[in-house]
Design a protein around this ligand. Structure first.
Ligand SMILES: [Fe+2]
Ligand SMILES: [Fe+2]
Length: 285
């Protein structure tokens, strides 16, 4: 059986959420998508995820949610991470970290899809070895899901490419996130694994990684922390569409997807979570 799986890059703040609210259902119908995976580490005000926004993303049509280095920025999310199988934080964090190593969803066609998020170790906070971690959990995950997808949340392109080759033939797809900049190297590797270094960002592209450029420039110039306001111009949903054969468990096609939100649609941001749309003061987006 062939399944179409959509992977959506880091959703940043209200504009990113708005893009999903306005465009996801139409895309799922048009492209006959069986499973939607989205990285939501920046979904709440640019950093972290709240239970309210978790619920909203599911309502918009997301099936599996992943998080990265901002996983625990909003502590309210911890019970959600502990109590649901459709959301995961990076698997190679401390074994004592809250939350699950992978998220799993049974599609309407009966085939199960699992996503395992891993986090890089170059220019990032300390983490356990992603290779040792994937080796230890992959046999168990592969028993539970016919289709296994790995997200490599990393700063360095080398770490993402290396993981792609390491897992070639062992999983259906390895895709990168975290840099918020889409790369043009999507391909099917020799043993059938779909690969792309970064699937990009869902949010304002008239920005520095989704935040207002003037805020980020001010933080870089002064070396002082400032709140990063969420930018609102040129809103796009960015990701990949992967076609996977559930019998061979490998990919047949990978395609980059980028949808632009009409300006009129982007103006009416959903504002019912009652929180200001900015990231706490920091040096880096
Ligand atoms: Fe991100
Ligand atoms: Fe990140």
């Amino acid at each position: 059986m062939k399944l179409n799986i959509l992977c959506i890059g880091d959703i940043v703040g209200r504009p990113g959420r708005r893009a999903l609210a306005m465009r996801l259902a139409g895309l799922v119908k048009e492209r006959q998508i069986d499973c939607v995976i989205a990285n939501a580490e920046n979904a709440a005000g640019g950093s972290g995820l709240t239970p309210q926004i978790y619920d909203k993303l599911l309502k918009y049509g997301v099936h599996l949610i992943t998080l990265g280095d901002h996983a625990f920025r909003k502590k309210d999310i911890i019970p959600v991470l502990e109590g649901n199988t459709n959301i995961a934080r990076p698997a190679n964090l401390s074994v004592s970290a809250a939350g699950r190593d992978y998220a799993i969803y049974q599609t309407a066609r009966g085939v199960s899809v699992a996503v395992i998020p891993l986090i890089g170790r170059i220019f990032m906070k300390p983490a356990d070895c992603p290779y040792a971690k994937i080796d230890s959990i992959l046999p168990r995950v592969a028993q539970q899901a016919e289709i296994v997808i790995v997200e490599m949340h990393a700063e360095a392109t080398s770490e993402k490419v290396a993981m792609g080759y390491y897992l070639d033939g062992k999983v259906a797809c390895v895709f990168g996130t975290h840099t918020h900049i889409v790369t043009a190297d999507e391909r099917i590797l020799q043993k059938g694994t779909a690969y792309i270094t970064d699937i990009g960002m869902t949010g304002s592209h008239d920005s520095v990684l989704g935040r207002k450029s003037e805020c980020v420039i001010r933080a870089f110039r002064t070396q002082m922390p400032y709140p990063f306001e969420i930018a609102t111009g040129d809103v796009r949903m960015s990701g990949i569409l992967v076609t996977v054969n559930s019998h061979t468990r490998t990919a047949e096609k990978i395609e980059r997807i980028q949808l632009t939100l009409d300006e009129a649609d982007a103006i009416e941001y959903d504002n019912d979570d009652g929180r200001p749309d900015y990231q706490n003061a920091g040096f880096y987006p």
